[in-house]
Design a protein around this ligand. Structure first.
Ligand code: HEC
Length: 145
């Protein structure tokens, strides 16, 4: 009787541990699956921005005074082609944004056409900017020049 009780207690513990393990792996799995699916179809511009741009341009796009120019309300964005080129090729030297001169280096971003389109769409439709969406074919056209 006592042993049977112990056994079923052990079985319960095992069940608990197994189901916890299961939950944990389910919790771990979605981000990978989700980003995998996202990358295959439409990458999230916000995620890309956080990953590829926010370290220099800051989460809200305000940049860093005298070091990295802002993307928030940036007049530079008015020229879509120049903006796409900036992301693909990066730049070095003087650049004027909202009347302020910056002189630094932005490395070319290793992003494919869909990713550049997604991240720029995010920038153009957030941070106080009012541009529209950027499409992958627009990026491809600029890249081909
Ligand atoms: C390593 C830091 C760094 C990263 C990462 C970076 N930038 Fe930049 N970015 C800069 C700097 C510095 C300049 C100005 C370069 C110069 O002086 O020629 C700049 C300029 C720009 C400009 C033109 C000026 C303006 O502020 O409007 C745009 C647009 C831009 N970056 C977008 C992006 C986007 C989008 C990403 C992410 C895909 C990104 N940058 C990633 C540092 C960075």
């Amino acid at each position: 009787m006592k042993i049977a009780g112990l056994l079923s207690f052990a079985a319960l513990i095992t069940l608990f541990v197994v189901s916890c393990g299961d939950n944990k792996s389910k919790e771990d799995a979605p981000p990978f699956a989700a980003s995998g699916t996202a990358a295959a179809s439409a990458p999230s511009g916000e995620d890309l921005y956080k990953r590829a741009c926010a370290s220099c341009h800051m989460a809200g796009g305000d940049g860093i005074a005298n070091v990295n120019p802002p993307l928030a309300k940036s007049d530079y964005l008015a020229d879509k082609e120049k903006t796409i080129l900036q992301v693909i090729k990066g730049s070095s030297g003087e650049i004027v944004v909202n009347g302020k001169t910056y002189n630094n280096t932005m490395p070319p971003q290793q992003l494919n056409d869909e990713e550049v389109a997604a991240v720029l769409t995010y920038v153009y439709t957030n941070m106080g900017n009012s541009g529209g969406a950027v499409t992958a074919s627009e990026v491809a056209a600029v890249r081909a020049k």
